[in-house]
Design a protein around this ligand. Structure first.
Ligand SMILES: Nc1ncnc2c1ncn2[C@@H]1O[C@H](COP(=O)(O)OP(=O)(O)OP(=O)(O)O)[C@@H](O)[C@H]1O
Ligand SMILES: [Mg+2]
Length: 136
């Protein structure tokens, strides 16, 4: 069984420190020798930008590409998707393309499990996967 802990950082209120918490907890865990992946799940892409990818709209592969591949039965190419931050934290970035994803998921069966399924193959690589959520 995978020892990976997957933690969603979520709150109904905006601007309460979700992104800041995700980044700092991730970096703290990595400094303690844990293998950490953060997933930016907010179309604002603040986590991606705060970790150094300021021009995130130029990124070809993001969390929305990953979800898109999954729902279209395409193979997800994780190596081109996952970025590595200098603090030894891996990052699945996001940009504005995630904004309309909810609409595209409407007709997908088991849509509430899509992100879980996409992350499943990564669970044996990481001790922690932290997801920076958008507003609920
Ligand atoms: N513990 C803290 N103490 C003081 N300021 C903080 C703290 N955590 C975050 N902030 C500040 O609060 C602001 C909002 O933080 P952050 O972007 O992390 O919130 P968020 O919940 O991710 O926002 P959003 O809902 O837009 O995604 C930022 O300016 C950040 O620097
Ligand atoms: Mg945020």
């Amino acid at each position: 069984m995978s020892k990976c802990k997957v933690i969603a950082v979520a709150n109904q209120k905006g601007g309460v420190g979700k992104t800041t918490t995700t980044a700092n907890v991730a970096i703290g865990l990595a400094r303690n020798g844990q293998e950490v992946l953060v997933v930016d799940f907010d179309p604002q892409g603040d986590l991606t930008a705060s970790l150094g990818w300021k021009n995130n709209d130029a990124l070809e592969n993001t969390v929305s590409t990953m979800l898109d591949d999954y729902i279209n039965d395409k193979e997800i190419h994780y190596p081109s998707l996952i970025l590595t931050h200098s603090e030894d934290v891996d990052v699945i970035p996001a940009n504005i393309e995630l904004a309309d994803f909810e609409m595209r998921l409407v007709s997908v069966i088991n849509r509430e499990h899509v992100l879980r399924s996409c992350l499943e193959p990564l669970r044996n690589r990481y001790d922690y996967i932290l997801i920076d959520c958008t507003l609920l």
